[in-house]
Design a protein around this ligand. Sequence first.
Ligand SMILES: [Fe+2]
Ligand SMILES: [Fe+2]
Length: 305
Amino acid sequence: MTFRIAHISDVHLAPLPPAKLSEMISKRIVGYNSWKFRRQAIHDPRVAGAIVEDIKATQPDHTMVTGDLVNIALPGEFINGKKWLQGLGRPDLVSFVPGNHDAYVAVPWAQGMGHLGDYMTGDLTVPGAATTPEIAMPFPYVRQRRNIALVGVSTAVPTLPGYATGDLGPAQMEALANILKNLRTKGFYRILMIHHPPLPGLARKRKALTDAQDLKHILDDEGCDLVVHGHNHVAMHNTLNSRYGSVHILGVPSATSNGARNTQPAAWNEYHIRRASGRWKCTVNTRCWDEEKSGFVTQTGYSLD
Ligand SMILES: [Fe+2]
Ligand SMILES: [Fe+2]
């Protein structure tokens, strides 16, 4: 039986809700200006609606959303973000991990990412994995869907203006190593969901994952079948040769880009995963926004084997 799983990232949901003057603190002013003078023209509510319809039309078994749901982490953006996720599917059918824009400034859990807790709740008990969203750091979490394990981590940390770096930190790093090992010995197809590109050199320094080298060591040592990420707003495909075979690392453009200002138009990947003759098989179909057709079209389809 084939398991079909969709991946999108970097929703940057528009429009921005009205903000109180008291909420326009420090970095949010920079972010608001960036939104007004650049990002507003790119992240298009038409595309945000169309990508939901396009994914739902294919009725995937699951959908992964790898962060940057919001823009400047206003409390109102999280409420809108939750509604948008609910349009995509129930929390048991959609998994979310946060990105740097979801932690644009420090926001109390209950007023920020806590709204999305149901979409970040683990249901597989593995040593090191969290199974409740009722705490401010439910990562890593693991969800089991058939013989596939979805591992969600957070790289979302508030940074200084001008920076979009991410950080896993030693606690998540150690837990992730144990989780990947445990899941490997149990024979799961392992998918890691992470916002920032996971290896050194895949993002510019001011936007990179600061502990990517440590994560590379873990992926080298424990293997992982598939890593999905966002953040760079471009389609990416890298492969790492680990002790336990190829780690396929794929990123997608922003889910809401209309292609303005030389950005890559929105796209989403659909993975078809199955087990055949004792081996995992995975193929990828990419659906891409076509501004002229005002809809998504199939761009490519290929095998990861
Ligand atoms: Fe983003
Ligand atoms: Fe990002």
